[in-house]
Design a protein around this ligand. Structure first.
Ligand code: TXA
Ligand code: MG
Length: 388
């Protein structure tokens, strides 16, 4: 384990290995570990050299702050100066779980690298037995971004971590497949008690609203109206761009960047991307989407591209046989949990197939669909093909 390899599968009671990993964290090394969302690359958040090693292993821009992970609600007081009653209610409802709260940081406790110089810190308590056991054993705040090279799809398996980071980290605790598959929802409670969603994620806007009694204010522009389709609606994703996989995406990204809404600094970077060019196909019906995607894939294949397609199971029959070299199902439109769980692995599978041209079907932006489309849009550099 200590030579940078993965060890596992583990559960929360593998105390010897977890104690070893905790000792590595305390001595300033980096350790990747499973959480319920994605694998994180952990470091003692008080230790600047350790946090530097995380940024270096990931190739992460230093202006992008890290989330701090804790094992107990009572660990929070040492890290922040104030917890708004609404933030407290959210913590009560969703910790441990995929919700990160951005709170005013207590000066002098954490390495300034963790917060990238901001006066706030993002904190969460992960809902995973191995993560919680590790945090308890380390007995220190653990800064942990997703354990991928910056810009790559986040890791939902220990093998993904090693694909990206072998040789650059202390080791990986293997806890099997991450259950949620997408990162935590990052929120900030405003002084007036309204909740700003800086990054959609595992806790949906609907779940937040059920606790706060109000609709959460999104950081992303609201999606325009939905249009009917086979397995449900395929609404226009945020910042949708009609046309091909050309330069229009950059313009949309620039426009999105000028939005006045609060954002997590990390959301401005192209993220989660496979190696091939990715486009999202949306349209007024599943039939239109499939026809357009099939045509584009065929044309790309003729031009020598290795093609990939991410589709929903209900739509498979709308495509010709073998519509792409690598076809990955995101499961049923009726269970976005499945799509969330498999999205990053699906993007990595396209990489393994050597895909150079990849299309993904859009999904409705309700519930977990908001986070799925958010990640797909980032992965695609906002490239959306409108099938009409
Ligand atoms: O599910 C997760 O949150 C995973 C697992 C490992 O816990 N972690 C994760 O960390 O996704 P990372 O570093 O990949 O993403 C952190 C996000 C970034 O978008 C960052 O900009 C934002 O949280 N963030 C962190 N601290 C912040 C702060 N003080 N203010 C605003 N945004 C913050
Ligand atoms: Mg990340």
């Amino acid at each position: 384990f200590a030579d940078g390899k993965a060890i596992g599968p583990l559960n929360g009671s593998d105390s010897e290995i977890i104690a070893e990993a905790a000792a590595m964290l305390r001595s300033g090394e980096t350790v990747a570990f499973p959480t319920e969302t994605v694998y994180g690359l952990g470091a003692d958040a008080r230790n600047t050299a350790a946090v530097e090693a995380v940024f270096a292993a990931k190739g992460r821009p230093s202006d992008n702050p890290l989330i701090v992970h804790i094992a107990r609600r009572s660990d929070l007081e040492a890290l922040v100066t104030e917890v708004h009653p609404v933030a407290s209610a959210l913590i009560g409802a969703f910790w441990p779980g995929p919700l990160t709260l951005v709170l005013p940081v207590r000066p002098g406790v954490l390495s300034p690298l963790v917060t990238a110089g901001l006066d706030t810190v993002g904190v969460r308590m992960p809902d995973h037995p191995v993560a919680l056991a590790l945090l308890r054993a380390a007995d220190c705040p653990v800064a942990a971004p997703s354990a991928n090279r910056s810009g790559r799809p986040s890791p939902t398996l220990a093998a993904h971590v090693l694909e990206d980071l072998a040789g650059y980290i202390g080791g990986v605790l293997d806890g099997g497949a991450a259950g949620v598959g997408l990162e935590s929802t990052v929120v900030q409670v405003q002084p007036d008690g309204t909740v700003a969603v800086l990054r959609p994620g595992g806790i949906t806007a609907e779940q937040l609203a059920a606790v706060t009694g109000t609709a959460a204010a999104g950081a992303e522009p609201a999606a325009p109206s939905a249009a009917p389709s086979g397995g449900g609606s395929v609404p226009v994703p945020p910042a949708a761009v009609p046309g091909g996989m050309g330069g229009a995406g950059a313009a949309a990204q620039a426009a999105a960047g000028s939005s006045p809404a609060p954002r997590a600094p990390g959301m401005k970077y192209t993220h989660y991307a496979p190696r091939g060019a990715l486009g999202i196909v949306r349209g007024s019906s599943a039939q239109r989407v499939a026809e357009t995607a099939a045509k584009l894939l065929q044309a790309a294949q003729r031009d020598g591209a290795v093609t990939g397609l991410l589709l929903f199971e209900e739509h498979r029959a709308l495509y010709p046989a073998d519509p792409a070299a690598c076809v990955v199902s995101l499961g049923s439109l009726a269970s976005p949990e499945e799509a969330a769980r498999f999205l990053y692995a699906a993007l990595r599978r396209c990489d393994e197939a050597g895909a150079t041209y990849i299309l993904a079907e859009a999904c409705p932006v309700t519930g977990l669909g908001a986070a799925i489309m958010n990640r797909l849009m980032k992965a695609a550099g906002e490239t959306v093909i409108d099938a009409g």
